[in-house]
Design a protein around this ligand. Structure first.
Ligand SMILES: [Zn+2]
Length: 77
């Protein structure tokens, strides 16, 4: 008799829901980890706004982002 028994089971990992990113996380070089950030309006550009992202932990700038305005302005001269 040879018991045909395999004790290996597949680990059934529950599927995590990683879609729920409410806060923006960016890598902070000072904290050396991804930290929640808050955006700050830095500049108003002719075609949008330049926002700066600040680390909520140490307050250092971790990046900028230009948000283009989708304005449909019809200039009637
Ligand atoms: Zn930081």
């Amino acid at each position: 008799m040879r018991p045909n028994f395999n004790g290996n089971y597949w680990d059934q990992e529950p599927e995590g829901q990683f879609d729920q990113f409410n806060a923006t996380m960016l890598y902070c070089t000072k904290c050396k980890e991804a930290t929640p950030v808050r955006s700050r309006l830095l500049l108003i550009l002719p075609d949008g706004e330049l926002h700066e992202y600040l680390c909520q932990y140490c307050g250092s700038s971790v990046g900028t982002k230009t948000i283009k305005e989708q304005r449909n302005i019809t200039l009637v001269v």
